[in-house]
Design a protein around this ligand. Structure first.
Ligand SMILES: O=c1[nH]c(=O)c2[nH]c(=O)[nH]c2[nH]1
Length: 329
């Protein structure tokens, strides 16, 4: 029987022989292969922009990714670099554009970067820009907004992705992630399939906790107040999760709460034509105290002590589209 070492060496020498043969003919040029997705750029360019309006300052801190797809693949196929816009130059471009034009929102800054690359370099076919915003908020001191001091308030992370192809209008997707919420009542999960696989009892009053992710697309780039839209989406999701402060809002399932949030967003913001959300179910199970003798705990009822269970985790997601929506990506 051949040893494992022999068969490994045999395979390697076969592969080497094949690749030597293929070095002499380029199968790409021989029209046997084609590129799928390709491109290059700089990821996580960190940038703080301070806008100074007299004593009142405003800050934006971003991490920006730029990805370019050129009309030529000479750089990959021939090792010819003459068309490459170096990733280092892409990084510099972000700083120069921030200095020249300032920064208002991730969406508008991303659109500026897309048009800059498309109109500066004729051979750029597609630009993708991804921007994540750091959650700085103006500090309030004695209920008054501070002129130049800020506090990190990571309730949710805001981000945006802009994609623009030559001669096409840009596609804007905005998003929020890492928004963790929990409520202690007004959530139930009952009447689901009863069969031999079910052990979970009906629960008429459970803890509901999730980490919300939402991504939505705009049908237009014109006349959108991106800050207002982002705040509204966040508030609509919280409204459907929490409800009014005194009585809350009843949730029969994570699925229903997710759908009602998406529906409210499409009902309220006409420029949004698609939204996808995910709400993982962060389980908190009631600790079973019934096994303890009365000498230790005198009541079997427990609505105080819960066990958080990370894994496995329920994962609920859905995309809601306007019926006339045609995906542009
Ligand atoms: O809101 C819920 N949806 C489910 O689909 C599900 N499945 C489960 O075990 N618990 C829950 N909760």
């Amino acid at each position: 029987m051949a040893s494992a070492k022999w068969s490994y060496e045999h395979k390697v020498s076969n592969i080497n022989a094949l690749s030597k043969e293929n070095d002499s003919i380029d199968n790409f040029k021989a029209d046997k292969y084609m590129f799928g997705n390709y491109g290059y750029g700089k990821n996580s360019v960190k940038l703080l922009h301070v806008s100074r309006d007299g004593p009142k300052h405003t800050i934006k801190e971003y991490e920006v990714d730029t990805h370019l797809r050129l009309s030529t693949t000479d750089d990959y196929v021939d090792g010819n670099n003459r068309n490459i816009i170096a990733t280092d130059s892409q990084k510099n471009t972000i700083y120069v554009l921030a200095k020249k034009f300032g920064i208002k929102t991730p969406e508008e800054f991303g659109l500026l970067i897309c048009s800059h690359f498309l109109y500066t370099y004729r051979h750029v076919e597609e630009v993708e820009v991804v921007i994540e915003q750091y959650p700085w908020e103006r500090l309030q001191v004695n209920n008054r907004p501070h002129n130049h001091a800020f506090i990190f308030d990571p309730i949710a992370t805001r981000h945006a992705t802009l994609v623009q192809r030559r001669n096409e209008s840009p596609k804007i997707t905005s998003g929020l992630k890492n928004m963790r919420v929990l409520k202690t009542t007004q959530s139930a999960f009952t009447d689901f399939i009863q069969d031999g696989y079910r052990t979970l009892p009906d629960d008429n009053d459970r803890i509901f906790s999730t980490i919300v992710t939402a991504n939505w697309s705009y049908s237009t780039t014109q006349g959108v107040d991106f800050d207002f839209a982002w705040d509204s989406v966040k508030n609509f999701i919280l409204q459907k999760f929490a409800g009014p402060p005194d009585e809350g809002i009843f949730s029969p399932s994570v699925q229903n709460t997710l759908y009602l949030s998406e529906k409210l967003i499409l009902d309220s913001i006409q420029q949004i034509d698609r939204i996808e959300m995910s709400m993982p179910n962060k389980h908190y199970y009631t600790v079973d105290l019934s096994k303890f003798p009365q000498s230790v705990i005198d009541t079997k009822e427990n609505k105080e002590v819960y066990q958080p269970v990370d894994k496995p985790a329920g994962f609920i997601y859905a995309e809601l589209l306007r019926k006339n929506h045609v995906s542009k990506l």
